[in-house]
Design a protein around this ligand. Structure first.
Ligand code: ADP
Ligand code: ASP
Ligand code: MG
Length: 409
């Protein structure tokens, strides 16, 4: 008998039939004697639909009102799932984030969970009920509804698991685990039995949306056993996110992530003086635009070039700011390209092996793929390439590092 937090994503609760199916899975866990807390997302497509409605009224809707709107998606699914559980003879109770005191800061649309009062949940569990909690939402100190950013239900589940000291947090989704790369792009991708928190965190921050970044951060920090499983297939072990141990698969590379949401900006012929990087990038940061990769060339004939990437949604705004600054600084030209992607290879095995980068560049070169930018850290190497090379690039790397084959134990 254990306390388990199970999270079901949008596709898994995408229709009444699927909600019935989730209710079957949850009642089965109950019958095995476990205490179960369920976190659900909105039905698939619902959060986008609500965002579309808001955009039909104004493009820059107020964050607070947007959160009031977006949180309704999850309120629908908690009620339907509780009804489905009750109709199967499994006592259940649904709660919004505010009702179980998921206290967050006041950063609307990207709030962070600060505190959860699990008393109410524990009471219901002790009464033999399944507790169904709305994912993705919380409430700030003043009682305003907040949301946790896209994919935030994962974080609700992990945070509840930490607060309740659950034995495991199970993320049920439409794939049966974490793969070497998105199986929709590379059908040969292989399910990983285990992946370290560190690698999972890199994969999530570099674009693999199978788990929200904050959920992984939270689970690592509070030592929550975290597993990704399929809500459709039964019986699999999924993928366990763990701390690094000697007995783990010793792959050089564990996975490949990609991000299709970035855009590139380049300023050429900038007078090469102290402070120019600050003048250009500082202005971008002041406008609350996050800069990802940055490259500055070695200056020649007294000028230098800067290239950097931002989120595609910020591209036009960033171009405006940088063009204005470039003119003030007397730079030669500003150019931009929103049609780029970032592809990254991730693995703790990189720490102890040389030559990974050259193997990566060789594989891309063999396909005639031009690399525009490179950035590295201890356990990842990222490259920016033209958007049209995304699938070819990811497949070439998956082949080159033989990721379809399980490494020898
Ligand atoms: P949910 O609605 O259940 O939260 P998401 O769509 O957020 O599901 O996440 C699951 C999706 O993540 C999969 O359908 C898959 O396409 C994508 N994905 C991206 N990278 C990976 C990966 N490395 N392993 C598994 N799935 C991945
Ligand atoms: N419904 C929210 C979204 O679509 C949260 C989630 O599904 O995790 O992003
Ligand atoms: Mg998700």
């Amino acid at each position: 008998m254990a306390l388990i937090v199970q999270k079901y994503g949008g596709t898994s609760v995408g229709s009444v039939e699927r909600i019935q199916h989730v209710a079957d899975r949850v009642s089965q866990s109950r019958r095995q004697g476990h205490d179960v807390v369920v976190v659900v997302s909105a039905m698939s497509g619902e959060t986008d639909r609500l965002l579309g409605l808001a955009r039909g009224i104004r493009s820059d809707a107020d964050g607070r009102e947007l959160d009031v709107l977006l949180s309704t998606g999850e309120q629908v699914t908690i009620a339907l799932l509780s009804m489905a559980l009750e109709s199967k003879g499994c006592p259940a109770r649904s709660y919004t984030g505010a009702q179980v005191h998921i206290r967050t800061d006041s950063a609307h649309n990207k709030a962070r969970i600060q505190e959860i009062d699990g008393a109410r949940v524990r009471r219901d569990l002790a009464d033999g009920k399944v507790v169904v909690v709305a994912g993705f939402q919380g409430v700030d100190e003043s009682g305003n509804i907040t949301t946790l950013g896209r994919g935030g239900s994962d974080t609700t589940a992990v945070a509840l698991a930490a607060a309740l000291k659950a034995d495991e947090c199970q993320i049920f989704t439409d794939v049966d685990g974490v793969y070497t790369t998105d199986p929709r792009v590379v059908p040969q991708a292989r399910r990983l039995e285990r992946i370290t928190f560190e690698e999972m965190l890199e994969m999530a921050s570099l674009g693999s949306k199978v788990l929200q970044i904050r959920a992984v951060e939270f689970a690592g920090k509070y030592n929550v056993p975290l597993r990704v499983l399929s809500s459709f297939q039964e019986g699999g072990d999924g993928t366990l996110i763990t701390f690094e141990e000697g007995s783990m698969e010793q792959a050089l590379i564990s996975g490949i992530a990609f991000n299709q949401n970035e855009a590139q900006l380049t300023v050429t012929g900038v007078p090469d003086q102290p402070g120019v990087a600050y003048r250009i990038l500082g202005a971008v940061a002041q406008a609350n635009i996050e800069v990802d990769m940055i490259v500055q060339n070695v200056g020649a004939d007294g000028t230098t070039d800067f290239t950097f990437t931002v989120h595609r949604n910020d591209f036009d705004k960033a171009m405006g700011i940088v063009s204005a600054r470039a003119e003030e600084l007397g730079a030669r030209e500003v150019s931009g390209d929103p049609k780029i992607v970032k592809i990254s290879i991730v693995g703790v095995g990189m720490r102890s092996h040389a030559g990974i980068a050259s193997k990566m560049f060789e594989a891309l070169a063999a396909e005639g793929i031009n690399i525009r930018m490179i950035s590295t850290s201890e356990i990842k190497i990222s490259v920016v390439v033209d958007e049209k090379y995304l699938e070819l690039g990811v497949r070439a790397l998956h082949d080159a590092f033989e990721l379809e084959r399980a490494p020898a134990a």
